[in-house]
Design a binder for this molecule. Structure first.
Ligand code: URP
Ligand code: ZN
Ligand code: ZN
Length: 460
């Protein structure tokens, strides 16, 4: 099957021109102006932005967490992602403490294999690093193509590791050319603040926010950067939210250290005013919590300073009945919010259309940088000969409204209900197949493929 996309405005992290793209099978064959070639199918992209499919490197699908499972399966989550222009996601395997990495790999693989609609890969979250787990790092990198290892400095008693384990893990991951990623907040401080608020009868969602002040994130981000610097291991901070944490990274750059930074769309666009006195704020109970307006300014600036490299979602959806598990105690509200479908359109509308970022920066943040950092480039993350034909056509002027009534995620509320956006994803190709067109999904469950990743290549 061959496809010719004609007359679109082709945008990559470095290009911007009107041209054509010719695809054979799963791959792009050529790109240029007025390609004189015939194809089985032609898509007229006049007036559309033609860009690489989005890569969301931070999602939690069908994940056991806080006494329940995140509500999107690999099928519903990757399909919703495709509707919004994200063609590949990287999900998190969670090792169970006392068990091996391989057991966790088998469990996650069992849930995802044959059910995903869009392409996916895994990070491995190491929650128990010891002499038995140590040799499994090499196996993950070399046998499974899992080259990034997630750590939690918080969720004490469940997922958190201490600095001893962090140091040892980083030394091992470095030996095998991998990357350590981190949820960087101070788990002991948060544990204490949660306990204190509960003991004082302060139980509404607002106290989730007040139990994770900025200092908890700033401190842990600096500590993570220091351990990464000492061990020489490449580091990546997930869902960075605030000025203090970004300043810790800025400090690390003065010794010529790169710590890659991801923020998430919600931290750029939403703030802590969502945590009122009633239970409604549970929709935005996530960790770290939403921050202040001054932090949004810092994050947008950090993007343009090259300190923030990726915009992801941390998509971890729970239906309202699941959020109600914490109606009498904020510490029992499952943490996370739904966004996998909206990242690309929100960032386009609020970022590009409002003049905060360029189109090239948009592609960098949503696709090219995650591909480079996580070993998917140049197979994914760009439009070039031999790359997978993962392509979105976005109508830059079409207006639409976000709502739980129309979204495709398996959640009965929207964190962005009523938001009016300019710019809509019209057509999505995944490995040369039209996956979404004019609001309809054209591919089936099982089309999505597990993508083995190479080692981290930096952003050069
Ligand atoms: O609230 C969040 N972020 N839930 C998902 C788990 C995590 O910390 O990323
Ligand atoms: Zn996290
Ligand atoms: Zn997460």
């Amino acid at each position: 099957m061959s496809v010719l996309i004609t007359n679109g405005r082709i945008i990559t992290a470095t290009d911007d021109f009107i041209g054509d793209i010719y695809i054979e099978g799963e791959k792009i064959v050529s790109i240029g102006k007025h390609l004189h070639v015939s194809a089985d199918k032609t898509i007229d992209a006049t007036g559309q932005l033609v860009m690489p499919g989005g890569i969301d490197p931070h999602v939690h699908l069908d994940m056991p967490f806080m006494g329940t499972f995140s509500s999107d399966s690999y099928e519903t989550g990757t399909r919703a992602a495709l509707f919004g222009g994200t063609t590949t996601v990287i999900d998190f395997i969670l090792q169970k403490q006392g068990h091996s990495l391989q057991e966790a790999f088998d469990e996650w693989n069992g849930r995802a294999n044959g059910t995903a609609v869009g392409d996916y890969s895994f990070h491995m979250a190491v929650t128990d690093f010891n002499d038995r787990t140590r040799p499994e790092i090499k196996t993950m990198v070399e046998d499974h193509g899992i080259t990034s290892f997630k750590t939690f400095m918080a969720y004490k008693g469940a997922l958190m590791i201490d600095d001893r384990q962090m140091t040892a893990l980083m030394q091992e991951v470095r030996r095998h050319g991998g990357l350590v990623t981190v949820h960087a907040t101070n788990g002991d401080m948060i544990d204490y603040l949660v306990a204190r608020h509960r003991s004082e009868g302060k139980l509404s969602p607002r106290y989730h926010y007040l139990s994770q002040p900025e200092v908890t994130e700033a401190e842990a981000s600096g500590r993570f950067a220091d351990i990464a610097h000492y061990t020489g291991c490449p580091g990546y901070i997930v869902h960075l939210t605030c000025e203090g944490a970004l300043n810790a990274v800025r400090n690390a750059t003065t010794r010529n250290q790169h710590v890659w930074v991801e923020t998430c769309i919600q931290y750029l666009l939403l703030d802590a005013s969502h945590y009122g006195e009633d239970f409604e704020g549970a929709k935005w109970v996530m960790s770290p919590p939403l921050r202040e307006k001054k932090d949004q300014v810092t994050l947008w600036a950090g993007i343009n300073q090259g300190l923030v490299n990726v915009v992801a979602t941390d998509h971890c959806p729970f239906r309202w009945e699941q959020k109600l598990m914490g109606k009498d105690d904020f510490s029992r509200i499952p943490n996370g919010h739904p966004a996998i479908e909206h990242r690309m359109e929100l960032l386009y509308s609020e970022g590009v259309r409002k003049g905060r970022i360029s189109l090239q920066k948009y592609v960098e943040l949503t696709s090219t940088n995650p591909a480079k950092i996580f070993g998917l480039f140049p197979r994914k993350g760009t439009l070039a000969p031999d790359s997978d034909a993962d392509i979105i056509l976005l109508d830059p002027n079409r207006q639409h409204t976000l709502s739980a009534a129309t979204h495709h995620m398996n959640v009965d509320y929207s964190a962005y209900e009523g938001w009016q956006l300019t710019g809509k994803v019209q057509t999505v190709l995944l490995r040369g197949q039209v996956a979404v067109d004019q609001g309809e999904c054209k591919i089936e469950k099982g089309y999505g493929r597990f993508i083995r990743r190479s080692r981290h290549t930096g952003l050069a």
